[in-house]
Design a protein around this ligand. Structure first.
Ligand code: NDP
Length: 342
């Protein structure tokens, strides 16, 4: 059968991202298939199970999730729940003897990230964080061009991520404005793309962070979580990165790297599709032709290959932990109004 040799994934949390982006893109996977669903909404789960050919016995609730350990069809558990639930379900999955792919942000505290890494290590299971940009052709090409020196010496990066959060219209946005579930506001949700991009574009870890935050506290959306946050990262080579994230901008997901010979622009940098790259220098501007690829399928296949071949994922738990550490330092810098060494 076409599915032989593919590893089985259980999808945990059948929300907007899982059902609209992840599940449909399994169709392009070479090594990954959906074999189980975990949901608190039985009707939705039943309907999706039929649509994706998942056996009724492989549909779980959050209560009976641990019995997934007895399901040999499930190799990997993919956690697509609200942020603060990532830790509990990753740990339960590892204890059930399953490998884990977990959405960003990895968790809402450094301690939770450390517990997740420890649980997967103890169970001898892989842990990968779903940083899809690392599997996306335009971003990979940007990393390659920067590493080869096409921009000259890298000097600066700017990246802006924003979208209007609308908890009244969108169920998916309701938990995003509740600190207990989201862990924080725009930074945890989308500013993390800017932060992660600064790290993979430079190939360095920041040494110092500054930040400022402004949220209109009379807006009911921002009673618990931040709206606008601006942060800077200083890297050991001297690269200065300047990033913004917001829950009240119109949709933006862009990034630009400035070298002493040329700049490289990705706009969008972190969308689901339709990326563009522009490179500019004193000689003019160009738009390299890059083939759009299915970043979701590439990411899922990478996870499956790592399990099959016993390899460490390109974006392991340790990568997710680093970003959560920097996010906490950004919040600290904003709160203290002082630079924080990291
Ligand atoms: P949704 O609200 O659309 O989905 C979350 C799902 O989690 C719900 O549908 C529900 O599924 C389940 N759930 C369980 N408990 C709760 C609870 N207390 N409150 C709300 N939902 C609950 O959110 P998203 O799909 O947008 O986000 C889910 C995760 O995916 C987040 O961590 C987010 O950061 C990440 N994400 C990543 C993206 C990326 O590009 N990598 C893009 C968008 C999101 P059920 O009814 O089946 O139980």
């Amino acid at each position: 059968p076409a599915d032989s040799g593919k590893l089985g994934f259980a999808i945990v949390g059948l929300g907007k991202f899982a059902t609209e982006q992840i599940m449909p893109n399994f169709k392009d996977c070479k090594y990954a298939r959906i074999t189980a669903l975990v949901s608190g909404t039985p009707d939705k789960a039943k309907k999706l199970a039929q649509e994706y050919g998942v056996a009724e016995k492989s549909v779980y609730s959050y209560e009976n999730f641990d019995s997934i350990k007895d399901n040999p069809e499930v190799d990997i558990v993919y956690i697509i729940l609200p942020n603060s639930m990532h830790a509990e379900y990753t740990i339960r999955a590892a204890q059930a003897g399953k490998h884990v792919l977990c959405e960003k942000p990895m968790a809402t505290s450094v301690e939770d990230c450390e517990k997740m890494i420890a649980a997967c290590k103890k169970a001898n299971k892989k842990l990968m964080i779903a940083y899809r940009a690392h599997y996306e052709p335009f971003n990979l090409e940007a990393m390659d061009r920067i590493r080869k020196g096409e921009l000259g010496k890298l000097r600066a990066i700017t990246s802006d991520h924003g979208r209007p959060v609308k908890p009244t219209e969108d169920k998916a946005d309701s938990w995003r404005v509740v600190k207990k579930l989201a862990g924080g506001g725009s930074l945890m949700d989308i500013g993390i793309y800017a932060l992660n991009a600064c790290r993979y574009l430079t190939g360095e870890e920041p040494v110092e962070i500054t930040a400022q935050e402004f949220s209109d506290k009379s807006d009911p959306r921002f009673k618990e979580v931040e709206d606008n946050i601006h942060f800077t990262l200083r890297f050991p080579s001297g690269v200065l990165a300047s990033c913004t994230s917001s829950y009240s901008y119109s949709e933006v997901k862009r990034g630009r790297a400035f070298g002493d010979k040329a700049w490289l622009d990705l706009d969008p940098l972190s969308d689901y599709k339709e990326h563009t790259m522009k490179i500019g220098s004193d000689e003019g501007k160009q738009e390299p032709k890059i083939k759009e690829g299915n970043q979701f399928a590439a990411e899922l296949d990478h996870m499956a290959e790592c399990v099959r071949d016993n390899k460490t994922p390109k974006t392991p738990g340790e990568e997710g932990l680093k970003d959560v550490r920097y996010i906490m330092a950004i919040y600290e810098a904003a709160k203290k109004g002082k630079a924080v060494k990291v």
